[in-house]
Write a protein that binds this ligand. Structure first.
Ligand code: 13P
Length: 391
């Protein structure tokens, strides 16, 4: 059996109608080595499907707290705290020990440091999550760097050593992963940047699945720019078409992935704002055109929208049936009020946990299409967009 080369046209990859598991083996290793051992490819498939389904369960979504140490430092600085390991641990402990969080939250994306941390009483964070039936997840990308030859765009690092890192994270209790790359509309995006983003996401997704982690696929289309919503739609369609092309080329099992798209909105500096109904219409149009119904869940990022906007937009998308679970994986739109309430003071922990539950419940209702913004406070209405924001 001849081994296939990455440069081969896609028609050759699917020639011969071999079953998926055999094709993956051929891509993984030359035939001499395959003959010596058992066929391992696809050994996690059933578990991946189960994990993805449990994360995409009715009325629940993801709490994203996977900020790198540097980005967590920005969060802490906003309330005047120093960026030390003790402060990062205290903040994550507040979030991850919130009583009854699992009613509204099905998964929590952690940064590597947090995955290995415990509460001050010595209980592993991973165990706190498991008790609430929340799946622990892990950010596995290594961040964005400039993409040479592009129009000031970036690419996402992290494929080197990814398989062994994923295997270690699985042993530590992680069951899903996240890789965030970005596309910038004011910078193009160039064909090179889109291809690189899509290929990187697909390689990561295949490696994560091979090691038992459900990959969250996140090509964030940044809010920056003064373009109209139609332009965002056009770019999002292009990006997702390419992402799915390469996911298929890499034999990624669609039933065992989750997506983390940006909502289709006008650029943050566009002259007119769009209503939640318009954003829902454009976003669902894009998803229906590009995302196969086999994908179990669409877990949106908030991208600098206010807490209330992010919830209202999600609610508008759940006014009718969708082929996938349409939910949230917010970082900023779940953490803003919590941080403001906490202020780094132990006596405010309980109130801050209540603030987290308020946001989590609001988004849970939005996932079910039953949210009303009545009674929301000014904090929830405050926009969080920052031009050129980096994670
Ligand atoms: P935001 O909701 O802050 O845009 O989070 C994006 C993200 O990727 C965090 O995991």
């Amino acid at each position: 059996m001849a081994s296939l080369k990455l440069s081969a046209p896609s028609s050759q990859w699917i020639a011969g109608e071999r079953p998926l598991c055999q094709r993956r083996c051929v891509l993984k290793a030359p035939s001499r080595r395959v003959a010596a051992g058992p066929i391992m490819a696809g050994s996690y498939t059933d578990e991946l499907v189960q994990t993805a389904k449990s994360i995409a369960s009715p009325g629940r979504g993801i709490l994203a707290i996977d900020e790198s140490n540097a980005t967590c430092g920005k969060r802490l600085a906003s309330i005047g705290l120093e960026n030390t390991e003790t402060n990062r641990q205290a903040y994550r402990q507040l979030l991850l020990t919130t009583p009854s969080l699992g009613e509204y939250i099905s998964g929590a994306i952690l940064f590597e440091e947090t995955l290995y941390q415990s509460t001050t009483d010595g209980k592993k964070f991973v165990d706190c999550l498991r008790e609430e039936k929340i799946m622990p997840g892990i950010k596995v990308d290594k961040g964005l760097v400039p993409l040479p030859g592009s129009n000031n765009e970036s690419w996402c690092q992290g494929l080197d050593g990814l398989a062994s890192r994923c295997a270690e994270y699985y042993k530590q209790g992680a069951r899903f992963a996240k890789w965030r790359t970005v596309a910038s509309i004011p910078c193009g995006p160039s064909a090179l940047a889109v291809k690189e983003a899509a290929w990187g996401l697909a390689r990561y997704a295949a490696i994560a699945q091979d090691n038992g982690l459900v990959p969250i696929v996140e090509p964030e289309i940044l809010l920056d720019g003064d373009h109209p919503i139609e332009r965002t739609l056009e770019v999002a369609e292009k990006v997702w078409a390419e992402v799915f092309y390469y996911l298929a080329e890499n034999n990624v099992v669609f039933e065992g992935i989750l997506l983390k798209p940006s909502m289709v909105t006008p650029g943050a500096e566009h002259k007119a704002r769009a209503s939640p109904e318009t954003i829902a219409k454009y976003t669902l149009k894009m998803l229906n055109r590009r995302v196969p119904p086999a994908v179990p869940g669409i877990m949106f990022l908030s991208g600098g929208q206010s807490e209330m906007e992010a919830t209202l937009n999600l609610n508008a998308m759940n006014q009718g049936p969708n082929p996938w679970h349409v939910s949230f994986s917010y970082a900023r739109a779940l953490q803003n009020s919590v941080l403001k309430t906490w202020q780094g003071r132990p006596e405010n922990v309980e109130a801050a946990q209540k603030a987290l539950l308020v946001r989590a419940k609001a988004n849970s209702l939005a996932q079910l299409g039953r949210y009303s913004a009545e009674g929301e406070n000014d904090e929830a209405k405050a926009g969080m967009f920052q031009k050129g924001y980096t994670y």
